[in-house]
Design a protein around this ligand. Structure first.
Ligand SMILES: Nc1ncnc2c1ncn2[C@@H]1O[C@H](COP(=O)(O)OP(=O)(O)OP(=O)(O)O)[C@@H](O)[C@H]1O
Ligand SMILES: [Mg+2]
Length: 250
């Protein structure tokens, strides 16, 4: 069975960076193929992974709505949608990427939502790992788009506000009565570890601290040159720290 790891945290905390670092580490450890899902309507996991994205679930939903009469006789709606959804998967180096995007017309994904959930559930069985990069509000959690989440990987910057946001997200998940067996925390962009003022906030948070990722000039350089995180050298401080985090996570 696949392991579904969802990455979440407040806006700008480093979620997409962490999701991309995790996917890169899984590639290095030959745990492929990986299914990556970009669940942020402001999608940017593709560029972080060096994958060109041509289509989104939002666009497929619109196409499906417009093409209802064109479904060949004898074909179920689910099979037709499955063909369209399969066409929305972008691939590179053992990573399949599905971008949720946003509904293109008025409304939401409601009309296809159950079929979409079934598609993702069926698709997930082909992969040892499914990595979801969420938007700060975690809308797809409340919609129940994913069959389950096995591990919620929370990301924060080294600030008290960041850790408070993590606390709120854990409460949100509990209020939604989602049964997630494992919660953990990664603190990104540290300059000198975790400030002592924050240590107390970590106790009783309900998520295990797996480690910190230092502020890394190599990541800044990749961003400035519009290069993907997959290009990060293994010797960079962030890559080394994240590899140790993955020894605990995977
Ligand atoms: N360890 C790091 N060292 C240097 N720069 C970093 C590090 N982690 C993240 N960044 C940079 O911080 C910025 C925000 O990171 P990222 O896009 O991953 O955050 P996010 O939580 O996904 O944001 P959003 O809420 O907008 O989706 C990016 O420019 C990224 O390159
Ligand atoms: Mg992001």
């Amino acid at each position: 069975m696949s392991k579904i790891i969802a990455v979440a945290g407040k806006g700008g905390s480093g979620k997409t960076t962490v999701a991309a670092l995790l996917i890169r580490e899984l590639q290095n450890r030959r745990k492929v193929p990986i299914l990556a899902i970009d669940a942020d309507p402001v999608a940017n996991l593709g560029p972080f992974l060096g994958i060109k994205v041509e289509n989104t679930i939002g666009a497929v939903e619109q196409e499906f709505r417009n093409a209802r009469e064109k479904i060949p006789p004898g074909m179920t709606k689910a099979s037709y949608l499955e063909i369209l959804l399969n066409g929305a998967i972008a691939e590179r180096n053992g990573v399949d990427l599905l971008v949720m995007g946003r509904p293109e017309g008025p409304g939401c994904y409601c009309s296809v939502h159950n079929l979409l959930r079934e598609f993702i559930e069926k698709l997930s069985t082909n992969y040892p790992y499914l990595i979801v990069d969420n938007e700060a509000g975690m809308e797809h959690f409340s919609r129940g788009t994913f069959p389950r989440v096995d591990h919620l990987l929370l990301v924060s910057d080294p600030s008290r506000r960041g850790i408070k946001s993590v606390k709120s997200l854990i409460r949100l998940v509990q209020d939604l009565q989602l049964k997630i067996p494992e919660y953990s925390l990664v603190v990104d962009r540290t300059r000198s570890g975790i400030p002592p003022e924050i240590q107390a906030d970590l106790n009783g948070l309900g998520a295990r601290l797996l480690g910190v990722i230092p502020e890394d000039q190599e990541i800044t350089g990749l961003d400035l040159h519009d290069l993907p995180i997959t290009e990060l050298s293994r010797e960079s401080s962030a890559a080394r720290a994240f590899s140790e985090i993955c020894d605990l996570l995977l």
